[in-house]
Ligand binder design. Structure first.
Ligand code: A3P
Length: 289
């Protein structure tokens, strides 16, 4: 496992805030946590869950940016942010399980954890591709990394984001909890409406067929992109110039095929097989490729 010091860059993460969140945030059975490794579909799942709680009505997602609808445990001071929020409250986190507030899993009052958690995983080759394009938007990325460098840092445990392998292997065993939903970006792409139905069921939200259809329609790539542009606001992290982030790029599976060379793919597959050994074949949709 990576050490916290390596994992958490000061631009985004603040150990003091995480500590305070860990100590002070009271979570309950109506709270929903969306946990992902970056570029796995975080915004998409927040949009879907926001729309489910609005019964498919897009008014909320059209009037409030995602980072105001959901509190990111490790970036914002989540305790203050959600203080006056009506339940259900949405949280997001990119934290690996070993840095996630342990009290949430162990406190007697909260065991087995009361809140619901949705983990979204994605083909790591597409994550690498998405990261490669995304870095260009970040004002604190002084040096742009080549695709080759992004692959290498990903395979070795990215010093900024941590290890994808540790992230997914750490969270995967939580699948046995009925309060934990393991989902993949690929399932969402394959059949968004059926996926929305499954997420509703997990959250205990009874939506009509028509409402489920409206969630899927409003969370589709072109409609969500339009809504996001309408409510886009510069993000102010305090340490760097406020900046805007364009999340919606291609919204497809398999764009990695347009980026990896044969040699890069061989290297990636070799390390992937070593690091994921023992998890069993065909566990994830991308294991076929
Ligand atoms: P790409 O860069 O491959 O297009 P995150 O929210 O974790 O940062 O993930 C961003 C990725 O999710 C981007 O992938 C983005 O296009 C994709 N995404 C966001 N909303 C989507 C949607 N409604 N449909 C499909 N993909 C979506």
């Amino acid at each position: 496992m990576e050490t916290p010091g390596r994992l958490l860059p000061p631009h985004f993460y603040d150990m003091e805030k995480i500590q305070r969140t860990r100590d002070e945030l009271e979570v309950g059975d109506q709270d929903v946590f969306i946990v992902t490794f970056p570029k796995s579909g975080t915004h998409w799942m927040v949009e879907i869950v926001s729309l489910i709680y609005s019964k498919g009505d897009p008014t909320w997602v059209k009037s409030s940016p995602m980072w105001k609808r959901s509190a990111c445990v490790e970036i914002n001071y989540a305790v203050e942010m959600v203080k006056d929020k009506a339940k259900p409250r949405l949280f997001t986190s990119h934290l690996p399980i070993h840095l996630f507030p342990k009290a949430y899993f162990t406190s007697k009052a909260k065991f087995p954890f009361l809140f619901q958690m949705i983990y979204v995983a994605r083909n790591p080759r597409d994550i690498i591709t998405s990261l490669y394009h995304f870095q260009r938007q970040l004002p604190f990325c002084q040096t742009l990394f080549s695709f080759e460098q992004i692959i290498e840092s990903f395979l070795q445990g990215n010093p900024v984001l941590g290890s994808w392998f540790d992230h997914i292997k750490g969270w995967l065993p939580m699948r046995d909890s009925e309060k934990f939903l393991f989902f993949t970006y690929e399932e969402l792409i394959q059949d968004l409406k059926t996926s929305v139905g499954k997420i509703c069921q997990f959250l205990g939200q009874e939506l009509s067929e028509e409402e489920i259809g409206s969630v899927a329609e409003n969370a589709s790539f072109p409609v969500m992109k339009k809504h996001m542009l309408e409510v886009m606001e510069p993000i102010d992290l305090g340490h760097v110039e406020p900046f805007t982030m364009h999340i919606m790029r291609t919204g497809t599976c398999g764009d990695w095929k347009n980026h990896f060379t044969v040699t890069q793919l061989e290297r990636f597959n070799k390390v992937y097989q070593e690091k994921m050994a023992g998890l069993g074949p065909d566990l994830f949709p991308w294991d076929q490729c």
